[in-house]
Design a protein around this ligand. Structure first.
Ligand code: NAD
Length: 398
């Protein structure tokens, strides 16, 4: 009775399998990690984006230039402003990333990116793809790294969310087999899992973290999550000094609220969908999405950004200069560490803890009753300059 429908669905499924097997073959051609210490100069591209993006990107650029002043003078680091990743230009050329902008981006080594608008139904823009999704694919940014820090509560988590597989990558390729039956696909590969899991363990090793936790639902979603977990424990054997454990996503969302248990988590590695959900929950403990930065990392390129969007209403209401640059400043700290300036990245994080969580001499409300983004960036720079920065930061830990 359903022969035609089944046949058509089989054809569609066969195409998906072919595409995914091709992708596996591409991943097998292992690419080397770029060595930033050998680059002269390291090129940092600043992409403003839409809405409040250019405002908070500008403030972050000021702080980055301040922290890398010496290296910029010595020609070890170069900043480049990349224009044109705006919704107007993207709509005009009907592309997620205009070709000339992508070309400029590819000439850089790392990118600091402001949020970009993604059109949804009812918007005045054509239905173009998300610039972020396109950038992750074009630059093969397979790891989404999101740290969450609340030192006063003993929270110091780093999430490694897989960016190119899981339930999202085939999210628009499901099949409506009949009007009654809808099927979606989820994909996990050994190669895709290996590279993100290894990155999480390498981070733990480099940063002296003692534990890496995998989060799946492998007891129920046995084949794909099961594969991710198998790969996790296989790779864990290469790191005998690091404790490896795993939790299921449902109980993990609960345990993040458990004050005793949550301080035991350090580095977490998760397939795409679970990572997306858990990291938004985790960011709430730090003060919401406006305070969290995120890194999208691949072997050749890396892109650092806020985890919130372009907040168009703030611009329409003339409040863009009151937008909080904290999320992009956190992303800038990650960028600094990623390219080898760990001392500067750590200093910036300490200053952000002091300005945003402890001392709070200036508070951003997003409105004229609060500080402007520029004033807050000044405050952060003044704090970074403190010769007793680390000791001062430690006084808030007691
Ligand atoms: P949003 O994150 O842009 O803003 C929601 C609200 O949060 C804002 O109205 C504002 O009140 C507040 N807010 C967000 N960031 C702030 C900041 N830095 N300072 C002060 N207040 C802040 O969410 P949205 O309205 O759902 O999305 C707007 C657009 O951004 C959409 O087109 C969406 O697709 C896009 N988006 C982009 C990214 C990205 O580029 N990474 C991420 C999420 C959303």
């Amino acid at each position: 009775m359903y022969e035609e429908a089944i046949k058509s669905a089989q054809g569609h499924f066969a195409n998906i399998l072919k595409e995914q097997l091709d992708r596996v073959e591409r991943m097998k051609k292992v690419e080397e990690w770029v060595d930033y210490s050998k680059l002269m100069p390291i090129i940092i591209g600043i992409v403003g984006g839409d809405g409040i993006g250019p405002y908070i990107a500008e403030e972050s650029k000021k702080v980055l230039k301040f922290l890398l002043e010496k290296e910029e003078k010595e020609g070890k680091v170069e900043f480049r402003d990349i224009h044109g990743l705006t919704i107007e230009k993207r709509a005009e050329v009907k592309k997620a990333i205009p070709d000339d902008v992508l070309e400029e981006i590819k000439k850089c080594h790392v990118i600091l990116k402001g949020p970009t608008t993604t059109p949804k139904a009812g918007d005045p823009w054509p239905n173009i793809e998300s610039a972020n999704v396109a950038m992750r694919r074009e630059l093969d940014l397979f790891a989404n790294v999101r740290p969450v820090r609340v030192p006063s509560e003993g929270i110091e988590w780093v999430f490694f969310r897989e960016n190119t597989e899981g339930a999202y990558v085939l999210g628009s390729k499901g099949i409506e087999v009949t009007p009654d039956l809808a099927i979606d696909f989820k994909v996990i590969t050994v190669q895709g899992s290996e590279r993100i899991i290894r990155l999480a363990f390498e981070y733990a090793k480099k940063n002296n973290r003692k534990k890496v936790t995998a989060v799946t639902k492998a007891n129920v979603v046995k084949t794909t999550d099961g594969k991710f977990l198998d790969v996790f424990y296989k790779i864990a054997k290469e790191y005998p000094d690091i404790i490896a454990d795993d939790w299921f996503i449902d109980i993990m969302t609960a345990k993040l609220i458990d004050k005793k248990r949550r301080t035991q988590f350090q580095v977490l590695v998760l397939p795409n969908l679970y990572g997306d959900i858990l990291t938004d929950e985790a960011a709430e403990f730090q003060g919401g999405v406006g305070t969290a930065g995120s890194a999208n990392i691949g072997k050749r390129y890396a892109m650092f950004e806020a985890i919130h969007g372009s907040a168009p209403r703030m611009v329409e209401e003339g409040r863009a200069k009151y937008a909080d640059p904290s999320s992009m400043l956190r992303a800038s700290a990650m960028l600094l560490r990623h390219i080898g300036f760990e001392d500067r990245g750590n200093k910036l994080d300490m200053a952000m803890d002091i300005c945003g969580q402890f001392e709070r001499k200036l508070v951003i409300t997003g409105r004229p009753d609060g500080a402007t983004g520029a004033e807050f960036a000044e405050y952060v720079m003044d704090t970074v300059k403190r010769s007793d920065l680390e000791e001062y930061w430690k006084t808030f830990q007691k």
